[in-house]
Each structure stands twice: as structure tokens, then as C-alpha cells.
Ligand binder design. Structure first.
Ligand SMILES: [Zn+2]
Length: 243
């Protein structure tokens, strides 16, 4: 994506790094993890209506009526996904002075399961543009960082270690630092984001931030965001930070 070079914010107090993924939708440097949106029910409903459509005589009045139903189910699914992305991006733009995320990581995505890759990358792209737009509206600094190696790099010492998708824990062979895989990545994303805008933020010490979140982070289900709206997201993140 083409972007203006980031400008240096004046003393951002609340900074966050957000790792966007597939098993979890987001994991941030404040120890908040949000599950992926499960749209299986909506997909099943859409498939059922599509099957009904295929049994109707093409062009008939019944077929035309069913075609409209299929379109509605499809719109439901898209609306639900977009609504989720709106709420999550609004939360980060509102709660923070600076939000660092990875720019779309096309190479990294090849590690993801192929059946979910297209949907997940589309959601990620939409999330990034919504986040950028909402941050601008709220006067929050948005930084999209270089995505290569954020998962492999140790947030404590910087040494890179290969880590397949199924390895959920970061355990550094060089310095012994351990953290949840995505928590470690989130710290790297925030460090890169702060470096990109030239902010030296003494309060952010990678090892402390990630250690505080531990390797056992409870993930808030995405349904809490879609069913109860944005306030639920604030409560859930506050709760996750206390735990
Ligand atoms: Zn290390």
C-alpha cells in the first residue's frame, strides 16, 4: 500500500502494537486477545438457500424469489464481518494515541491454511483501511510497519528463530525469553512502529510488556463484540488486562 511517511506524534501516552492473525483476529501489547469471527452459521444458511435455488426452474417466479433470498443471506454475512471490523478498528482508534500494525503480509500469509487465506487476507486489508481512516478521524497516529519477521524475532533480544504456525509459544534459544507467539509479535510491531515515527518511549520495555501478558492469554470470543457492540469490547479488553 502507498502511504504518506508517518509523522512524529507529540508525546503519545497510550501506544499499542496489534498483531492481526488467523487463529486469533488480534493480539495486542496490552495483553488483549480477540478471537476470529466465526461466520459458520451465516455460511451454512447461505449454502442452504443456494441449494434451494439450484433446484428451482431457472428464470421462473420461484427462482427469482429465491435468488433474492440468496442475495440477502450473502449481504447478512458481509454485513456481520464488516460490522465486526468497524467495531474493532473504532476501539483501537479511540482508545490509543498511536496504533502500530503490520502492513499486509502477503508472504507471511502463505503459512496460513489455504481454505481461510483469501477471506482472512480480505478481512485484514479491510481492517487496515478502516483503522487508518478512523485513526485519522480521531487524531490517533496510525503506523503500518514492515511485516517481515515480526513473528520470528525475539522481542527481548532480537534474535530470529523459525517458528511454524502451529508453534504457539515464543521461546528464545538465545536469551530464554518466553511469551505467547502473538504477544511477542505485537511487541515487535510496536517497537517498529515507534522507531518508524522516531518516538523513544521509555515506558515500553519489550520484555516487561510481553512477560506481563504471559504465555497463557485468555482470548475473548469475537461473538462478544458482534452481539453486544463496542462497549463489550472495552469491557472485555479491560478484563483481559486485569487477568
Ligand atoms: Zn531472545
Amino acid at each position: 500500500m502507498d502511504r504518506e511517511p508517518p509523522t512524529k506524534p507529540d508525546e503519545p501516552e497510550r501506544c499499542v502494537g496489534v498483531d492481526v492473525g488467523i487463529l486469533k483476529f488480534a493480539h495486542d501489547t496490552d495483553g488483549f486477545a480477540l478471537g476470529s469471527l466465526d461466520l459458520a452459521d451465516e455460511r451454512n444458511r447461505l449454502d442452504r438457500e443456494r441449494r434451494k435455488l439450484s433446484r428451482k426452474e431457472h428464470g421462473s417466479a420461484n427462482w427469482e424469489r429465491q435468488r433474492r433470498t440468496v442475495a440477502e443471506r450473502y449481504a447478512d454475512l458481509k454485513r456481520k464481518r464488516r460490522d465486526f471490523l468497524h467495531r474493532v478498528s473504532a476501539y483501537y482508534a479511540r482508545e490509543y494515541d498511536l496504533v502500530a500494525v503490520e502492513d499486509l503480509n502477503v508472504t507471511g500469509m502463505m503459512e496460513w491454511p489455504s481454505n481461510s487465506r483469501n477471506t482472512a487476507s480480505a478481512a485484514w486489508g479491510t481492517f487496515l483501511s478502516l483503522l487508518e481512516y478512523k485513526c485519522e478521524r480521531e487524531g490517533t497516529h496510525f503506523v503500518a510497519v514492515e511485516p517481515a519477521g515480526t513473528t520470528k524475532e525475539c522481542a527481548s533480544c532480537g534474535v530470529s528463530t523459525d517458528k511454524p504456525l502451529w508453534v504457539r509459544e515464543h521461546s528464545c534459544p538465545a536469551c530464554g525469553f518466553t511469551a505467547d507467539r502473538d504477544a511477542n509479535a505485537a511487541v515487535n510491531i510496536l517497537s517498529r512502529g515507534l522507531a518508524d515515527v522516531g518516538v523513544v518511549h521509555s515506558e515500553i520495555t519489550p520484555s516487561e510488556t510481553a512477560t506481563a501478558t504471559g504465555t497463557d492469554v485468555s482470548t475473548v470470543p469475537a461473538s462478544r463484540v458482534t452481539e453486544q457492540g463496542s462497549p463489550a469490547l472495552n469491557e472485555a479488553s479491560a478484563q483481559a488486562r486485569v487477568e
